[in-house]
Design a protein around this ligand. Structure first.
Ligand code: DI6
Ligand code: FE
Length: 404
């Protein structure tokens, strides 16, 4: 009897991004078949059963199909915006100066605390829609603008609500250790106690955190404080991620690796020892060229060392109001190539397979392989490099999430 599928996409060129195939894992005369929201077949038409049956057949007319894009590092949910701070920076103030003067993250915290969950959702939706409009099918969203149990919970719950409002997979990360709130009166250790003893257990109990992140930096938390947060996360069985070595080298990459983090993110100032530790631990390097560009960072992440030591590299928007108000993963790829000299294959893998790996979701999405969710982006392009080379142009033809 003929095999039955829900949908077949044929006459397509596939960039499967499979890890076991070279470069982008291209299949020229490709077919994808889906059943119950999952990929049942992704390969060459010559290997596809000729008598296959489907409820729906879609002729892709030679278009390219890639895995649906994964934005594995965003702070999508927040109150207000920081356009005013941007103006101050244009007059000469630095990101760190503004943060130390009580602006920066803390001003977004005030706006976020003042917003209801419905307002947070409404504010984030246009940003989410911009990402979805470019083929994003999975997004990670962090808390970190609440900095108390009530508001961190509200932020994460807004993130989950976004996943119900749109056809997109949402992963949440608890980032209570993002900045010191004003009421902590400069006592970082006491605040970290609150994060470990109250905030983290509360969001974990409510099922609102898929991972735990922290900001390890001079203007944020030390290695010792970060390690305490990680210890608490591990005790609850939650995977970890880290904002590491963004503005200075405090050994964040090595600390993340020591705790077997899924990813260490930013990494502009990471040294070779940190890279080696990440390679050993299998920790993904999440590179965030939007933040690098927006705060006019000049030290680049050690891309050649990541390559040399076999560290997997992902790319993400870091969408946030202060250092990366970016809602385009296509532009993040262009920046990854232009600013960090990543190759076309590295950029595309960075927003698909490696993004999924950085979220611990490689078994579910990120490549075109049977068994994974049928998350696809179908593009009006002649070759994959076009996705990366153009700036501010969106060639998305159709997006498919879980087979639909
Ligand atoms: N690193 C960043 O680039 C963002 N957070 C972080 O830990 C900045 C967040 C902000 O400025 O609001
Ligand atoms: Fe970030």
């Amino acid at each position: 009897m003929a095999e039955r599928f829900d949908t077949i996409w044929h006459n397509a060129r596939l960039a499967t991004v499979r890890a076991d195939l070279p470069d982008l894992g291209v299949i020229e005369h490709g077919v994808i078949a889906a059943r119950q929201g999952r990929i049942a077949f992704a390969g060459s038409r010559s290997d596809f059963p000729t008598d296959a049956d489907a409820k729906e057949r879609i002729d892709c007319e030679g278009r390219w199909i890639t895995p649906g894009l994964v934005d594995c590092h965003t702070h999508l949910v927040f109150g207000g915006n920081r356009a005013h701070e941007f103006e101050l920076r244009l007059k000469g103030a630095s990101y760190e100066e503004i943060a130390r003067a009580g602006g920066g993250i803390v001003s977004t915290v005030a706006a976020t605390r003042g917003a209801s969950e419905a307002e947070l959702v409404a504010g984030a939706l246009p940003r989410l829609d911009a990402l979805i409009g470019e083929g994003v099918t999975t997004i990670e969203i962090k808390s970190g603008y609440g900095l108390n149990t009530e508001t961190e919970t509200r932020q994460l719950s807004a993130a989950r609500a976004l996943g119900n409002k749109r056809s997109v997979g949402v992963r949440t990360s608890f980032l209570g250790a993002h900045a010191l709130p004003p009421e902590a009166e400069g006592d970082k250790d006491r605040y970290i106690d609150l994060v470990c003893r109250e905030m983290l257990p509360a969001v974990a109990k409510a099922g609102l955190a898929d991972a735990v992140d922290a900001f390890m930096e001079g203007i944020a938390f030390s290695g010792e404080q970060t390690a305490r947060v990680f210890g608490a996360a591990k005790a609850l069985g939650l995977p970890i991620k880290l904002h590491a070595d963004q503005l200075s080298d405090l050994g964040g990459a090595a600390l993340a690796a020591e705790f077997s983090a899924l990813s260490a993110d930013h990494l502009e100032h990471t040294d070779e020892a940190g890279v080696v530790a990440m390679a050993r631990a299998g920790t993904v390097a999440v590179l965030l060229p939007g933040a690098f560009y927006f705060i006019r960072e000049t030290t680049k992440p050690p891309v050649e060392l990541f390559r040399a030591h076999g560290v997997n590299m992902a790319l993400a928007t870091d969408c946030n109001p202060g250092s990366s108000p970016l809602t385009s993963l296509l532009l993040a790829m262009n920046m990854g190539a232009t600013l960090f000299r990543m190759t076309v294959a590295e950029c595309l893998a960075g927003v698909t397979r490696e993004g999924a790996r950085a979220l611990g979701m490689l078994d579910e999405t990120g490549t075109l392989e049977a068994g994974k969710y049928c998350d696809l982006a179908i593009w009006d392009i002649e070759r994959p490099a076009e996705l990366i080379y153009r700036m501010g142009f969106n060639p998305l033809h159709r997006r498919v999430w879980r087979g639909k």
